[in-house]
Design a protein around this ligand. Structure first.
Ligand code: PEP
Ligand code: MG
Length: 890
């Protein structure tokens, strides 16, 4: 296996398929070189070397350095010039590049190879101003990245020189000024007790080590954690001969997308800066120009750029994001990769490329990620044409990442994370963002920056996450010290409400109202393609007719879970009926009428709800789960005035029957106290509740079936599937099935009409999964409740584990992911497989689904897609599940 891959115009042993080994950047540089594009020659050190670097305790493995030296010689021969030679100096850049792009996460050093002698050689050849401009950049980046000297110290020095000369921009500095800057930068090194090695090879070795070292910096680790990037060997290192966008005014540097990354529109989209090096564009310090202007300033280079990017898009069969430099009028390609894009753009690009014949239909379906659809389904602002909206607009920056964000202003990434943990929604307001801020950016609803273009750090990262972002709002003034900002005469303090429209760039005072998004024509075309590939059904978890209607609009083919108890909290009347039922059951057991009254009142509410849901899902199955949670969840906490008042009211109501008022209150309180359990999640809940109180099961079964009969009289097709929760034993299920079937008979007899219905069970107790063969003798369908199944299989409390130790487990690599988000396929998944197999042995046509949170998680959907007939998820995730199911089938 080679460890160093050389690339030069026309040849390379590397190819685009080798991303795992060469990283995305390296593999594509090799590919561009092979395609004959004008790439500055260089070489890529593999990710395997990175892995070996860590195995060797943080140093280059034996023999690699010799291979690097040989590669340098090859590059010198290809490009001209000589590394470390003052007579004809060749300089290098050193950059990271992992298999998955991690914008801004890893480190870059430019202009390696300069020292006090070489800089004079470069000055003689290219001019003094240019040479010292390169030198000061090297000192700054090498100091910052390799030696850990704070970049701000260099910034302060260059600022001081500009101040003294009365200048605003770096480009206005003369050669003499830059020499002064270099002198001052050396002072910074001295005060830090550090120095730039004068041997260029030593510089190169240290820089390569630093890039490998940056793979495991906290910010890189955090980025991978947030984005669930796992299983990579490490980063590759790309060492490439320098070309200079800062050579003169006939030079420049830029980035461009082959299509608009926010909308998908087919135009060359990007920006460039004349007389600048790459970092100036990405760092967002100077505001760049539209790439279309290049046609006037650099016509030949622009024509090349158009030709190259068109070729690259065709060859890579995806929208490309390219970096380039123009040196003295000649275009060089520095990088290409598949461009990050917003949800709307992803959809647009996939559909357009299929129509252009550039990709096949299944490729188009694979080009849209589930999270892209998620963005399309995100809310937008209401009434953007209304005067109230327009009046609230404080200013307009660049629309860097679309969507509506509303939150309270915070000024630091740490505050954003802290506030978010406390349940606040925040907008992160910064002059600019840097990779250190990713945690806070992720925690925020939206991001606003004063500086930087559409390709600044904030913009790229936010777009990747589909988080609204407005950047480059240069009228925004931010004062970190007082935690205030001012914009258009308004002062924003920490905690003030602010709204961001990432689609237009508008920044609005206060909390603007938002509305649900609409399905566009392109989206319905795309979803039709998706459904043609999909092999399993997508149902929804919905508890109300309104949710059911949204889900149906999003393509749900049925309801996989109605959590009946969710309706109990809908109004004060309902919760009071539930509480009366509980108290009466506890107090009056077997005696009669109070409990029966309360149940009868509840039945009316439930029947109404079910009628509404059946109507919304006309013709589609509706799976309704019987009461599940422990009863005390419906009662006020002990020791509260609310509980006292409740007992008082109930005792008054029951007086007469229960004797003295005060003793009734006392008995009630002690009964309610008796409902407390040490482990309620393992306690009296699910079918255990229905066995302890069969009249509740009976009431619910009757409410469901009466509702079904009622709506069918109105011409609605109701398909009720009644589901018993938390079953572990065959006898539990047979008991409940008996109660349900008896209730059904009674309802049908009384109504003189009947409907078809099914009875099934949830599989959420490991014992139930193991005994699935027995359960299937009574159950016509299974629905895997993977929330409880995960809790009980792993022994992790679903209420506490996320706060206590799961993030640690993921960080330490003990678990690959939070098992409540992403199904634990080897444990919980194994139980599902067993249950599917044993259940189907007993009943070959057993209908199977999954209704835990995993039913909306793309990775989990992929796993269960060969096991079950459908997944069920929340209404807004339905299109995402449809896409994930289709992608699993391709
Ligand atoms: C489950 O346990 O996965 C489930 C769907 O039920 P709940 O979340 O209501 O316990
Ligand atoms: Mg459950």
């Amino acid at each position: 296996d080679e460890r160093v891959y050389v690339f030069k115009k026309g040849s390379s042993a590397g190819r685009k398929e080798m991303k795992e080994l060469l990283g995305g950047k390296g593999a594509n540089l090799c590919e561009m070189a092979r395609l004959g594009l004008n790439v500055p020659p260089g070489f890529t050190i593999t990710t395997r070397v990175c892995q070996d670097f860590y195995k060797a305790g943080g140093r280059l493995p034996d023999g690699v350095w010799e291979e690097i030296l040989a590669a340098v010689v090859e590059v010198e021969a290809a490009y001209g010039g000589k590394f470390a030679d003052p007579a004809d100096p060749l300089l290098f850049s050193v950059r990271s590049g992992a298999a998955v792009s991690m914008p801004g996460m890893m480190d870059t050093v430019l202009n390696l190879g300069l020292n006090d002698t070489v800089v004079q050689g470069l000055a003689a050849k290219r001019g003094e101003r240019f040479a010292y401009d390169c030198y000061r950049r090297l000192l700054d980046m090498f100091g910052d990245v390799v030696l850990g000297i704070d970049h701000a110290l260099f910034e302060a020095e260059i600022h001081a020189v500009k101040e003294a000369r009365g200048l605003k921009l770096d480009v206005e500095l003369t050669g003499e000024d830059l020499k002064e800057v270099v002198r001052r930068f050396k002072g910074v090194y001295e005060r830090a007790g550090k120095s730039l090695p004068s041997d260029p090879y030593e510089q190169m070795k240290l820089a390569i080590n630093a890039v490998f070292g940056s793979w495991n910096t906290p910010r890189a680790v955090k980025y991978r954690e947030i984005n669930r990037i796992r299983g990579l060997l490490g980063t590759a290192v790309n060492v490439q001969s320098m070309v200079y966008g800062n050579l003169n005014d006939n030079s420049g540097t830029g980035v461009c997308f082959t299509r608009n990354p926010a909308t998908g529109e087919k135009v060359l989209y990007g920006e460039y800066l004349p007389n600048a090096q790459g970092e100036d564009v990405v760092a967002g310090i100077r505001t760049p120009l539209d790439v279309a202007h290049m046609a006037d300033n650099f016509p030949a280079a622009y024509a090349d750029l158009v030709a190259n990017t068109t070729l690259l898009e065709k060859h890579m069969r995806d929208m490309q994001d390219c970096e380039f430099t123009v040196q003295d009028g000649l275009l060089y390609m520095l990088q290409t990769r598949n461009g990050k894009r917003t949800g709307p753009a992803a959809l647009q690009v996939a559909v357009a490329m299929e129509k252009e014949g550039m990709v096949t239909r299944d490729e188009a379906v694979l080009m849209v990620e589930p999270r892209h659809l998620d963005q399309l389904l995100h809310p937008m602002f209401e009434g953007v044409a209304k005067p109230e909206y327009k009046k609230a607009v404080l200013g307009k920056g660049l629309p860097a990442s679309p969507g509506a964000a509303v939150g309270k202003v915070v000024f630091t990434a740490d505050d954003a994370e802290k506030w978010e943990k406390e349940g606040e929604k925040v907008i992160l307001v910064r002059l600019e963002t840097s990779p250190e801020d990713v945690g806070g950016m992720h925690a925020a609803q939206g991001i606003l920056t004063a500086r930087g273009g559409m390709t600044s750090h904030a913009a790229v990262v936010a777009r990747g996450w589909g988080k609204p972002c407005v950047c480059g709002l240069d009228k925004l003034q931010v004062d970190y010290a007082t935690k205030t900002a001012s914009l258009a005469g308004a002062t924003l303090k920490e905690g003030d409400w602010l709204s961001l429209n990432g689609s237009t760039g508008e920044v609005l005072l206060g909390r603007q109202p938002v509305k649900a998004p609409e399905m566009s024509g392109t989206l319905s075309v795309f979803m039709e393609w998706v459904d043609a590939f999909r092999k399993i059904g997508v149902f929804t978890n919905a508890d109300t007719p309104a949710d059911a209607a949204i889900a149906r609009k999003n393509g749900a083919q049925g309801i996989g879970l109605v959590r009946t108890e969710h309706m109990f909290f809908a109004t004060a009347e309902r919760i009071s009926a539930v509480r009366r039922m509980i108290a009466a059951e506890e107090l009056m057991e077997g005696e009669g009428s109070s409990a029966a009254d309360a149940l009868a009142a509840l039945k009316v509410f439930q029947r109404e709800d079910f009628e509404g849901i059946f109507e919304a899902m006309d013709g589609l199955p509706v799976t309704i789960r019987l009461l599940d949670p422990p009863l005390h969840e419906f009662l006020p906490h002990e020791g509260t005035a609310e509980l006292d008042a409740l007992c008082d009211a109930l005792a008054t109501e029951m007086k007469g029957r229960s004797g003295q008022h005060m003793s009734a209150v006392r008995i009630l309180k002690s009964k309610i106290h008796g409902l407390q359990e040490a482990n309620p999640m393992l306690g009296l809940r699910g079918c255990r509740l229905g066995i302890r109180h069969p009249d509740i099961t009976e009431m619910q079964a009757k409410a469901i079936l009466e509702a079904a009969v009622n709506v069918s009289k109105r011409g609605v097709k109701a398909l009720p599937h009644i589901m018993v929760p938390l079953v572990g034993f065959e006898e539990e299920l047979s008991h409940q099935v008996r109660v349900i079937r008896a209730a059904a008979e009674a309802v049908f007899k009384a109504a003189g009409a009947s409907v078809e219905y099914k009875v099934g069970t949830m599989i959420e107790v490991p014992r139930g999964a193991l005994r699935a063969g027995d359960l299937a003798t009574h159950a016509e369908f299974f629905s895997f409740g993977t929330n409880d199944l995960t809790q009980m299989t792993c022994g992790f409390s679903r209420d506490d584990a996320e706060a206590k130790f799961l993030p640690l487990y993921v960080r330490e690599g003990i678990l690959p992911a939070d098992p409540f988000e992403e199904l634990d396929t080897s444990g919980v998944g194994e139980l599902i497989k067993i249950a599917v197999q044993r259940g189907r042995e007993t009943r070959p046509n057993l209908h199977l689904g999954i209704c835990g949170e995993h039913g909306g998680d793309p990775k989990s959907i992929e796993f269960v897609s060969t096991l079950v007939d459908y997944v069920s998820c929340s209404p807004l995730r339905v299109p995402i599940a449809r896409l994930a199911a289709a992608q699993a089938a391709i």
